[in-house]
Design a protein around this ligand. Structure first.
Ligand SMILES: [Mg+2]
Length: 186
């Protein structure tokens, strides 16, 4: 069985720009590559799980979304860091048209994508972690019985109150690098 660190993307690895819709606008946060490289070296699978309702809302095509993800992988690889897999949910229960408008099992805080990754990468979720800047990230981690780290980048400052009211994370970190340092001490 493998262990993994699941990461949210926007606001956790890259700058939050509210519905990123072009790869040219992707900007990694300052210490993301360093943090992910440390996870690679420690033997964790690094899996990105992200809600991309911008697809359902018509802000971004799936082709563009995949171009954004490729750009992120390339920029990380240039800095010696590697993401094993990127999963995204393009749906929204109320916006857009079918098939994107639907109640699905993959939109965080549902665990559909986590379960898919766990099967594909033979993951032991009990020794895995979920890191993100949104209350839904913490909920997803808890729903899948993982340890959770909330980061203060992205929407972190706005979400902190909600996250502390509803299901506290195991740790609150300034950014992904600090989150990873905490994880590696566990
Ligand atoms: Mg986020």
């Amino acid at each position: 069985m493998n262990k993994a660190v699941f990461l949210d993307k926007d606001g956790t690895i890259s700058e939050e720009v509210n519905y990123l819709s072009h790869y040219k606008d992707l900007k990694l946060l300052p210490h993301s590559a360093e943090a992910i490289k440390m996870l690679n070296e420690a033997g964790f699978k690094v899996i990105v799980i992200s809600n991309q309702s911008g697809v359902a809302r018509g802000y971004c095509s799936e082709d563009m979304l995949q171009a954004i993800d490729k750009t992120m992988q390339k920029e990380l690889l240039n800095r010696g860091a590697f993401i094993n897999a990127i999963y995204y949910c393009p749906h929204h229960p109320e916006h857009g048209c079918y098939p994107y408008r639907q109640v699905c099992a993959c939109r965080k805080p549902h665990t559909g994508l986590v379960e898919r990754a766990a099967e594909q990468y033979k993951l032991d979720l009990k020794s895995s972690f979920f890191v993100g800047d949104h209350a839904n990230d913490v909920k997803t981690g808890k729903n899948a019985r993982m340890k959770t780290v909330f980061v203060m980048t992205g929407h972190g400052k706005e979400e902190l109150e909600e996250v502390q009211k509803n299901g506290k994370p195991d740790h609150v970190a300034d950014d992904l690098l600090e989150a990873v340092k905490w994880i590696l001490k566990k």
